[in-house]
Design a protein around this ligand. Structure first.
Ligand code: CA
Length: 229
């Protein structure tokens, strides 16, 4: 039997394709539609990964996350939310979650995230470890980690391709803002930070070894992994 994945989602339209996709991947999938059922299920039978909706009918998903950790749950927790702006608020707060994903998400991205979580928690087997080398096909505007395509938005792709073209060098915030957003764009640079945050998360989730590093007060740099890794 494959790894156990528990889907906690009250909307059938979202839960069903998710469960089907994960089952096809070979996981042993459980599905519950409320926070209390999730906690009961985990108390009886643990899981390697929990995919946890924030907007549940009975409890806030973040409470479920906290309670599961307090009860000793040690598997990975991925929080999924459709609430606009919610993702930016909860990322960085320590509720014991391992990953976050905004709805709507592609099933391919979800699968990549689940695989990455299993690797990180040590539950994954060695054979599904991808080659994490970053490859950018500029003409096709597609990015790969080994053989796995990384689904990026247009802005994420633009930021990454500029950083990759200047690998190991710092690219200033001003240049990224001017090149990726238009020159008449005078909004806050929070948009850039959010884009960088999502880009990092996506690269990490598929095991890309290069890192997007923030250089305080200047900009960002794409770095190759340490050679002794
Ligand atoms: Ca919901």
């Amino acid at each position: 039997m494959g790894h156990r994945v528990l889907v906690v989602e009250d909307e059938e339209d979202i839960a069903f394709p998710l469960v089907r996709t994960l089952e096809r991947e070979g996981y042993d999938v459980g599905w519950v539609d409320s926070g209390q059922k999730a906690l009961d299920e985990l108390a009886g039978r643990s899981a390697d990964v929990v995919i946890l909706d924030l907007g549940l009918p009975d409890m806030d998903g973040l409470e479920v996350c906290k309670d599961a950790r307090a009860a000793g749950f040690e598997g990975a927790i991925m929080i999924v939310t459709a609430r606009a702006g919610e993702l930016d608020r909860v990322v960085g707060l320590d509720y014991g979650a391992d990953d976050y994903l905004a709805k709507p998400f592609g099933l391919a991205e979800l699968q990549a995230r689940v695989r990455a979580l299993l690797r990180r928690t040590g539950a994954g087997s060695a054979h599904d470890e991808p080659d994490g080398g970053l490859r950018i096909d500029v003409d096709a505007r597609r990015v790969y980690a080994g053989d796995v395509e990384v689904p990026l938005t247009g802005k994420e792709f633009d930021v990454l391709s500029i950083l990759a073209a200047n690998k190991d060098k710092v690219v200033s915030r001003g240049r990224l803002m001017a090149d990726v957003w238009d020159e008449n764009w005078y909004g806050s640079t929070k948009t850039l930070d959010v884009t960088i945050g999502r880009l990092r998360q996506k690269l990490e989730s598929v095991g890309v070894t290069e890192r997007v590093v923030a250089v305080r007060g200047v900009g960002f740099r794409l770095e190759a992994p340490a050679p002794d890794a």
